[in-house]
Ligand binder design. Structure first.
Ligand code: PLP
Length: 457
């Protein structure tokens, strides 16, 4: 097979392709740029509904909802209109010391839906920033309350809360981030949901070390990026109860699970918990614009009230927090979720997708299927370098027109919330053929060579 460099030298005067142009100037997150081009990236130009369309016009079903942010498909008419309407008013104005009409309207509609008592909403742009806010608020809550020594956090194994240094400290590591260990602050870590005894351990820490805990931080119901491990909702409720009894704040990170993903508007509802702080992001704008929010309960918020310019103030805020364009889309999106009865739809779609995926366990090399609602994972047996099998299978699925992305050797399936049965079939059938085509034990696995898997040739 002719190599890329050889191809290029044959066509020395040919204009650079989009992938080459991209690699020259863009640095992609969680991506080794040396092999970026060989791993056949899709360069998206536009989208329609659930499909992304690349620069060559090829269509791909977006089965990871553009990293779990997209809820109702791309170019949704109602959301486009809300955005255009807001552009005609104002795009952005600061939330530091001033307000924004559309943010007030959004907050008034969001607050009653949240599983938080008397919430006050502090906006930011990314999920990690919402988590940072929660950890700083919970820390200062105790300072403002005149309680000393509550300076650490109880978090779980397999947790993922984002990539900023604070959220990274709460997370369990992995994904190549262990080199940052010297930057991480210390936390107390209980086992994750994959351990059946996680809750007993976590509750014992809460009882015994309450006096040193600023907060317990969890992803309620499902640990998403940590491998799609699902908890018994009763265990999550038990931990919340232990926190309440010991007077420890509970932070629910619903950046991944919020806005219907697990079959209820928020996973906290499924678990019957009302956290003191709730972090939301990703789906809040239906996947249109970066927005995140930390919702603090009335009890927490009250602890920050005091004299003007006084020490009780929360001295924190992001330039783009409460962006008006994002707020307008988030408001329309919230109403649309109701109008479309999307939570009911997720339940139906999830049981169909779950049934279809259950069939995969009979395939060679599939170790198990897990997840909840429309956030699912298919665990593959590693072959060679950890993560390589996941990479190959997903590359093959992309070649066949379905965008999938692995977490190590777990293929993640997070379709839009209004996904249909035929699309679930397309995802599962493509995944089956991708697994079979790249089976390392098959005589001549197709697609095993990523260069040969280029969808553009
Ligand atoms: C539970 C959870 N918290 C926080 C984050 C970080 O969000 P962001 O990537 O928007 O910073 C993620 C991202 O996947 C997440 O799954």
């Amino acid at each position: 097979m002719i190599s890329r460099d050889e191809q290029r030298s044959l066509h020395r005067d040919a204009p650079l392709g989009w992938v080459e142009r991209d690699a020259r100037v863009v640095w992609h997150g969680f991506t080794q740029m040396t092999s970026y081009e060989q791993n056949v990236p899709v360069i998206v130009e536009r989208a329609e509904g659930h499909e992304l369309i690349d620069v060559d016009g090829k269509r791909y079903l977006d089965a990871i909802s553009s990293l779990w942010v997209n809820t109702l498909g791309h170019r949704r008419r109602e959301l486009d209109e809300a955005l255009i309407d807001q552009v005609g008013k104002v795009a952005h104005s600061t939330m530091l010391g001033n307000g924004s009409r559309v943010v007030v309207e959004l907050s008034e509609e969001l607050a009653p839906r949240l599983p938080v008592d008397e919430p006050h909403l502090l906006y930011a742009s990314d999920g990690a920033a919402a988590v940072e806010q929660a950890l700083k608020i919970s820390f200062q809550y105790w300072v403002n309350s005149g309680v000393e020594g509550r300076t650490t956090y109880l978090v779980l194994g397999d947790a993922y809360h984002g990539d900023t240094v604070g959220s990274l400290s709460l997370g369990a590591g992995g994904f190549g981030t262990d080199l940052f260990d010297p930057l991480r602050f210390g936390v107390i870590r209980a086992p994750g949901y994959a351990d059946p005894l996680w809750c007993d351990y976590a509750c014992a820490v809460v009882r015994e070390r309450a006096a040193s805990l600023a907060a317990v931080v969890i992803e309620p119901l499902v640990q998403a990026a940590g491998g799609l491990h699902v908890a018994d909702p009763a265990d999550v409720a038990r931990l919340a109860h232990a926190c309440r009894q010991a007077g420890v704040l509970l932070v629910a990170d619903e950046v991944a699970t919020g806005f219907g993903r697990t079959g209820s508007l928020f996973a906290s509802e499924r678990c019957g918990i009302r956290p003191d702080l709730l972090c939301l992001g990703k789906g809040i704008t239906g996947g249109y614009l970066p927005m995140s929010v930390t919702a603090a309960s009335g009890r927490v918020f009250q602890a920050f009230l005091g004299e003007d310019l006084g020490e009780r103030t929360f001295y924190h805020g992001h330039s783009y927090g409460g962006n008006a364009l994002a707020a307008a889309v988030a408001l329309r999106h919230l109403r649309l979720l109701d109008e479309l009865a999307i939570v009911k739809h997720v339940d139906r779609a999830a049981s169909y997708l779950g049934e279809r995926l259950a069939g995969l366990v009979s395939l060679r090399g599939v170790e198990g299927v897990r997840g909840v609602g429309l956030i699912r994972g298919v665990a593959l047996a590693s072959s060679g370098l950890p993560g390589r099998r996941g990479r190959l299978v997903c590359a093959e699925a992309v070649r066949r027109g379905v965008v999938l992305r692995p977490l190590g050797d777990v293929v993640v399936i997070v379709p839009p919330l209004d996904v249909g049965r035929a699309e679930c079939d397309r995802i599962v059938d493509t995944l089956i053929s991708a697994i079979e085509a790249t089976d390392p034990e098959a005589a001549n696995p197709g697609g095993a060579d990523l260069e040969a898997a280029d969808p553009r040739v």
